[in-house]
Ligand binder design. Sequence first.
Ligand SMILES: *Cc1c(COP(=O)(O)O)cnc(C)c1O
Length: 743
Amino acid sequence: MTPQASFQEETMIEEIRRERFSHVPERISGLVDLSFNLWWSWNPAAAMLFKQLNTQEWKECDRNPVKALQDIPVGYLERAAKNREYLRRYDIVMHRFRQYMMTTRSSWFSEQYPERRPLTIAYFSSEFGLHHSLPFYAGGLGFLAGDHLKECSDLGVPMVGLGFIYAGGYLHQHIEADGWQKNVEDVFDWEGAPITRVLDDSGSHMVVQVPLIDPALYVRVWKVQVGRIPLYLLDTNVELNMPEYRDTSRRLYLGDIEGRLRQEIALGIGGRKVLNTLGITYSAVHLNEGHSAFALLERMRERVERGMTPEDAMYQVRGTSVFTTHTPVPAGHDVFPLDLIETYFDSYYPSLGLDWEAFTALGRHPDYPDSGFDMTALGFRLSRFHNGVSKKHAEVARRMWQNIWPELPEEQSPIDAITNGVHLPTWLNNKMDLLYSQYIGSSWPSWQDEHDNPDIWSMIDEIPDGELWDIHLWLKMKLFARIRERKRRKWAEYRNEPANVVAEGLMLDTSALTFGFARRICDYKRADLIFHDLDRLERLVTNRWMPVQFVFAGKAHPADRRGKEILQRIYQLAEDPRFAGRIAFLEDYGEQLARYLVQGVDVWLNNPLPLMEASGTSGMKVALNGVLNLSILDGWWLEGYNGRNGWAFEGHPPSPDRDAADANALYEIIEKEVVPLYYARALNGIPHKWVQMMKESIKSIAPRFSTRRMVKEYVTKYYPSVCLYAGEPTDLGEVCPVERLPG
Ligand SMILES: *Cc1c(COP(=O)(O)O)cnc(C)c1O
């Protein structure tokens, strides 16, 4: 961050404090700073400061501190400001927060690379999943981006993020009485969100014109502070924009292809311009999927403008760019028709020093040259460092994209694997964290700082079975209480049918073995696989001695009819009395519900068609919390499963009977292994063998599938090489003498 930017940050918060939070007593006014930095969300002691003001209000404000501070009666704030115990905690948290934020504080990164002036990495992503008050995500890609920023903050990796504010969110899922998903648009609460306006030199809200687009498209710039990492978010709802442009950032992934192209130009090229306007110097970019790949063109253009040859410019851009591809599913790769590209880039591509043929060749799919302008192909061609998100996915991606590098044999395709991870402090439940600290912390006092070290985790074995089991049961009860709370609100608001209330989880039973399945509902994820044989399923769930429950959640893409049909079928079966209220479909899966689900079920179920799931991350979140995985061998589970830490089955080869065969494999494991293990109880009620497996799962998965391991891998494999290519930053940020570049 430039000194000017940090000065601006302080004045912004000052202004907000004066205008909107003057009712917060001076003694605890640091709560305002805290509420505008998401650091609070992965530090339970900080969250507790807000909750303690008034527990009921905290719940009513959806656990969003900006809203909670805004709405709370002043009396509660004054009470806290006089309470010794509260102030003691407040002072400790604020001290830790200020220490953390001081950039001079030693961090893993500065210890690793003491000789380096920090070379900031600009991280572009079309979605960021950070907190439910910022609903700018559709699913896994967004949470990965959010967790990446949080981890870079914790490790001290210099980074700035760039993305969009989507005022209409992704979709707010409402399920009708007949089980059909209705898409209600989210209404973004601007006042209640932890965002600040970014100001220009004259003190007005910064607005930047996006190059290329005629008539002009403007974006406003906002900022979210993610620990030490600033995330700049663009929004097109600006008066200056003509009405049809204002909705460019209204929703994620616009269905209309021209709107989508404008979005991606705004993100890549506009985003690049925003960072320049802010005076942020950075030396490399990391693109989270192809949506932002136009940023690479803009970097090339700037170099050509400064007098480099197109070849040198391309060489340098490639050497300072990291590109991560996230899915083998075709819908995840944007391809734009060439005539549309021509309309927008007609006067742009000559400024790259390229002719039309050379320009379009950058976005040409190697196997389908006539398909249009492919953003993934562009990402690969203009970056030197590329990776898939699990070993298997990298293998699949190498096969898919091998012809980008026709001179290399497939196994030498330069697509490496960096397996995804999750941000441990975000996803690990606080009670579990305290339990681990008690046992791991006795030998490794600062274990949280080195939680990617597998040795530390052997101490998990020291935890008495009963203690781990009790916390697990408590989390399960919390999940079911949370489900009822949500249901109560909907019941009061919509007065829906009693059967709907049952279908949405009213009758869930804490003592029954509970499976969770929550992810996007689409064909290949096969949410309904377990319903393949209804009689067999009925026998499972209604077994008197060993009952089983299934809890589902997830959204179908608004345009995905098939997904909505799958959802409706599950919902209607959940209403059917033959399943005795032991199957539930929970509405509106999002960050908050995910948090409860990944902590509160017994087993996490995952059975997509093989090779379609690049990695998957929810299974990692559950493992941290002692929940066991039952998954088809695909994505991350191929690396995570060790024969003792959960269950796995092989998907069958493609055939008309594949679903039947896979479903059968699933039933077999559930009936013969999962159910008996769960119900094998000692006289004290504890399933010792099950708890054994929980421990094995925690130990073997937590250190390896965390973003701590993942970000360190990005840093050690890519970011320093990138820095080497970039050389010392100058005021232009990334001019590097070409002659210094290695081979
Ligand atoms: C973690 C998470 C995801 C991604 O989970 P996958 O296993 O990759 O499907 C999606 N949505 C939410 C709300 C999440 O928390």
